[in-house]
Design a protein around this ligand. Sequence first.
Ligand code: ATP
Ligand code: MG
Length: 646
Amino acid sequence: MQCNNAASLSSSQQTPVFNGSYEQLHRYSIEQPEAFWEEQSRLIHWETPPQQILDYSNPPFRRWFVGGRTNLCYNAVDRHLADRAEQLALVVASTETDTTREFTYRQLHREVNDFAAVLRRLGVGHGDRVVVYMPNMAEAVFAMLACARIGAVHSVVFGGFAAHNLAVRIDDAQPKLLITADAGMRGGKVIPYKPLVDSALAAAQTPPPHVLVVSRGLDVDIALQPGRDVDYATLRAEVGQVDVPVQWLESNEPSYLLYTSGTTGKPKGVQRDVGGYAVAMALSMLTVFDVKPGQVMFSTSDVGWAVGHSYNVYGPLIGGATSLLYEGLPTRPDAGVWWQLCEKYAVRTLFSSPTAIRVLKKHDPEFIRKYDLSALQYLFLAGEPLDEPTALWINELLGKPVIDNYWQTETGWPALTLLPGVDMKPTRFGSPGFANLGYNTRIIDENTGEEVGPGEKGVLVMVPPLPPGCLSTVWRNDERFIASYFSHFKELLYSSLDWAIRDEDGYTFILGRTDDVINVAGHRLGTREIEESVSSNAAVVEAAVIGVPDELKGQVPVVFATLRDEHAGNRAGAAADLRRTVEQSLGAVARPARVYIVDSLPKTRSGKLLRRSLQALAQGNDPGDLSTLDNPAALDEVRGALDRGA
Ligand code: ATP
Ligand code: MG
């Protein structure tokens, strides 16, 4: 079994040929990881080739491509100048500022060099951390790539986070510089960033000596603190056009830090490497997303999330593709805005989240139908369980494969997926498919650690060493890395902390997080199963299920649901109907004890249900760390609903 990636390293025209079926290729990647990854390593440029493919002498830590020297920015930008300098590299469409900015690889190279020169002028160098706190604007991408170019470690903090979240991340990273914008925008409203940055810096223990402000001219009065704050345009003009040499890094040096969403507790600072990540990006663009050099990928994520890092910035650019970045809501000016962009730029692969599709589902499908989507081949959805009604709805509208994609900030690239670029298997609703190449996944019994059979629930784990691209460790906290992920079982295994089940054909289904299981009179029910059932009711848009203590049964399910507009008038009727739906599909044991109809559910800024906050409120407890909560009003509404009773 060979995948013929051989040949030229320098030319991004060279795309590999993957011979054989998914099963063969996957087996090869697991049974002969060094041979497999040695071949994949040729997808990127190495200034010095690796001396050793894998060093696993200190489990669970592993080092890929040891001794190899490379650079993410070189692979994402410089390497393409020979073949595709005039091709679009980056398109940034903003329905907030009503602008579309396009950059060819040549222009991107210029922007990144200018940015890197400014960073150097501010004293930033190899190994220094840089916190990037910006909206989805082109300069956020330039800043990330400029850091990568000079070997600085970026830590992008989602621009919607409050001062407190930012301060905590500053103290963890101890940056030499913070880069921000004058303002962000949401739903047409200007949100000044600078005052927020000022209070974060005041609250931080280790504030950086400098703040670099990129002004978008949003007409906000920003006060620059002399000696500390610097205006980007001013310093750029002063420094002038300089070509900044690439800092070659050993494959295992840190490239960036990124925090998990904080859905289950305090976010973990994921540390990514250089060489392994670059190889995983190059491979996944071809095998998972089926995007070749010159083709267009549109990921609707914010650059502040894992998807944004991997499939708005590094993946598409390392792959010589065109990356589309979007700033704005999916429904403004109307619910057709993403599909219009797909038509305009002949997007081949669209990557979004189930949450976003559920938002679109509230609107007229004509907003999708009216655009020419003939170039579009796939819609990938990741980040949360993809419920069947939502998947069916969008699948019928598009008539293209809707591919459920399972991964974590920690993994950096899909762990469970279909591989249309290799061997496209039929989609199966509710399942993200199979283990990705290089991922040795198992589903095991949480008590015995034994592998469970088809149809039996267990914990999804990965047999280490983790493949390239996955986290190296938790930033400056090796103990937390081991304690969080590798200390759950007798055997040394990476726990995903998610429940899963595999069917007879090997399709894996995610059943929810390991702390989201309800025990009703001895029956273990995944909250996800009940949520699926509730969502199958046509009146429902979205549902969250939690378990609350019950004297008789131990725990009982409680449902929170949002309704489609046309059903909003009859909340009581809908609640009764939902109870029946669940009872009919899952049996009396799953019958919700209470159903609360609300206008919105509490979500993290990355769009995930914050079940633990519902759980706490329903039990009269403190909702805990709400720093990643997106919509505090949703919690107030839940409080009100709980006070009034179901
Ligand atoms: P934290 O780890 O801080 O609690 P988080 O787990 O929400 O937050 P992320 O890394 O953003 O942080 O999310 C990864 C999690 O999202 C997965 O572990 C899983 O629970 C869920 N997830 C991602 N993709 C899917 C999917 N396709 N189907 C079901 N669940 C998914
Ligand atoms: Mg997690």
